[in-house]
Design a protein around this ligand. Structure first.
Ligand code: AMP
Ligand code: MG
Length: 551
């Protein structure tokens, strides 16, 4: 009887795997890959100005209908994300190598059902209202509904001039496109909510002028384009522009649309839907910044136009992953005042969310305004707690208790004093047994722990940490297991990216592709990464790297 049952079960499994196999067949014929027609966003007001490639103050619209301006000359596929191709776009990764696919990224080919639009938004840049910004070099191509029923908006970045280009040329250069491509995918695997990137194309012949270090010495660089992916691209600034231009009708329309299509937990009929929506937007962005703090990610330009309504990390420009722990770390050369320093990012998001609350004013009743104000008052405490919880998890503990914030603060203080590495200190703490943390010989094998243990407070701290683990009954094995899952071995440091960019400038894309592979498993040892020293002490030139906004 048991044997018969087993045979039946195995037949069933075979049948299921055949079913799954056929369900999972990926699309190879790229010409058959189609967008939803029409896209849902066609329900929103779209401006159709025939003079689409001159800067103009757009009115009463959420989008502008604008064709892409193709990259000219000889094109190369720099890299593609297998995972994004397969699991978001249902495309067999071999498609990335085809001429049609490369042409789509170069803005020459639009799949059936596509409708190219640029999004209108404004924003507060470095604390000041900057008025209309918008997609100055990006085009949403359409809406793709994948086999899991998810709706994604593929968007090109670097695809030509639009009504929102202001002083820009509508293009993106190779170095910044590589940075966006790698970081989007790496952040995804690090567990950070983020927009994704599917592929990157560069032209040999399409040149643009850039002054990379703002030194007055502009030079020609090659233009590139990235295919980015997100369920939608709305920013806090999407609503701010509608307040400033006094367009409450369009604001209500956009808010209702965004709730209906992107916030399934909120009923479109709920009279308090805007309050609930505000709360979700706020909390998802604060959850996101807590994940940034956990891995040392610092967004270089955390203006309100670079904050997504969906709580996704968006617009990777002069960002940086902190090398040695330094709480005032600022990766952007233009941020002299350190407005967007590592330790200020949570409070800056709270500030941005205050501007977002102000923007929604015209569509709220007095009672709802008050409710949103009350929510806003709690955000500072919420994010502080979320970050404390993140650190507690990084230390292998399960719950935040009184005294833990001080324990973490003292650890960070020692890191800062000794210039210990932010990523590797946590990782190496996980790799050693607890007893080895205060044993000089064991510590010698871990370069970042050698640094932090130079602090006169280290042994005392380890003693406190041990006591705290005992209190929760966490043994060595459990601690290691937990810590190895949340403390990455590899992060896309600027120096690692710089090396891959230097090769790519010579049309050698092997390292860029290797990075995509390594960052797919940032928590697991990778031999190639080890050979390249990605978890070793970085070269001395790595420490001073800063990036400008030139991109
Ligand atoms: P960012 O701070 O990089 O997110 O960009 C701020 C604004 O400048 C956005 O409206 C961008 O679309 C626009 N922008 C940046 N670079 C260019 C460019 N090369 N051409 C046109 N617009 C650009
Ligand atoms: Mg931006």
């Amino acid at each position: 009887m048991r044997r018969i049952l087993c045979v039946c079960v195995s037949l069933l499994n075979d049948h299921r795997s055949i079913m799954l196999g056929s369900e999972k067949a990926l699309i190879r014929d790229f010409k058959s890959w189609k967008f939803r027609n029409p896209p849902n966003y066609a329900e929103l007001p779209i401006s159709e100005d025939p003079e689409y490639n001159v800067p103009v103050a757009v009115k009463n619209a959420v989008f502008s209908k604008v064709p892409t301006e193709p990259l000219i000359g000889k094109l190369h596929l720099v890299c593609a994300s297998d995972d994004a191709m397969k699991h978001i776009l249902d495309l067999d990764p071999v498609v990335a190598e085809t001429e049609e696919f490369v042409d789509m990224i170069a803005g020459k080919y639009l799949p059936e059902g596509g409708l190219t639009v640029c999004h209108r938004y404004g924003g507060y840049q470095f604390g000041y209202w900057a008025d209309q910004l918008g997609d100055g070099r990006a085009h949403i191509l359409g809406e793709y509904v994948n086999r899991n029923g998810e709706s994604w908006q593929p968007q090109l970045k670097g695809s030509g001039e639009t009504p929102y280009s202001r002083f820009g040329d509508g293009r993106a250069v190779l170095r910044s496109s590589i940075r966006e491509m790698i970081a989007s995918e790496a952040c995804y695997y690090l567990g950070i909510p983020t927009t994704r990137a599917a592929a990157l194309v560069v032209s040999d012949d399409h040149k643009v002028w850039r002054d990379k270090s703002y030194s007055g010495a502009a030079r020609q660089e090659r233009a590139a384009a990235v295919l980015r992916l997100a369920p939608a691209w709305y920013r806090l600034g999407s609503f701010e522009i509608l307040l400033k231009r006094n367009e409450p009708h369009t604001m209500r329309q956009l808010a209702d649309f965004v709730i209906k299509h992107h916030f399934p937990n909120i009923s479109s009929e709920d009279p308090d839907r805007y309050v609930k929506w505000y709360s979700e937007v706020a909390h998802s962005n604060l959850d996101m910044v807590a994940t940034w703090q956990g891995v040392g990610f610092t967004h270089g330009v955390l203006n309100t136009d670079n904050v997504s309504v969906l709580g996704l990390t968006i617009d990777y420009g002069p960002y940086g992953f902190m090398q040695h722990y330094y709480r005032h770390y600022v990766p952007n050369t233009s941020d002299d005042a350190g407005r967007y320093a590592f330790n200020k990012q949570p409070e800056i998001l709270v500030w941005n969310l205050e501007k977002f609350a102000e923007a929604l004013d015209p569509i709220l009743t007095d009672d709802q305004k008050q409710k949103i104000k009350d929510i806003h008052k709690t955000l500072g405490g919420y994010v502080k707690n979320k970050i404390a919880q993140t650190y507690v998890t990084k230390l292998g503990l399960s719950e935040l208790q009184e005294g833990d914030e001080k324990l973490v603060e003292d650890l960070l203080q020692m890191m800062q004093q000794t210039m210990a590495d932010y990523t590797q200190t946590f990782r190496q703490m996980a790799e050693l047994d607890l007893s080895q943390l205060s044993d000089v010989t064991s510590l010698e094998s871990k370069w970042s722990l050698v640094k932090i243990s130079k602090s006169s407070q280290w042994d005392k701290w380890v003693h406190r940490y041990r006591g705290r683990l005992e209190q929760e009954n966490v043994n060595n094995e459990v601690r290691r297991d937990r810590m190895l899952k949340v403390n990455p071995l590899y992060i896309p440091s600027n120096w690692i990216l710089q090396e891959a960019i230097a090769d790519a400038e010579k049309n050698d894309f092997a390292k860029v592709r290797l990075l995509l592979k390594i960052f797919k498993n940032p928590f697991e040892m990778n031999e190639e990464a080890e050979k390249l020293g990605y978890s070793s002490q970085p070269p001395s030139w790595a420490y001073g790297i800063k990036l400008s906004c030139s991109s």
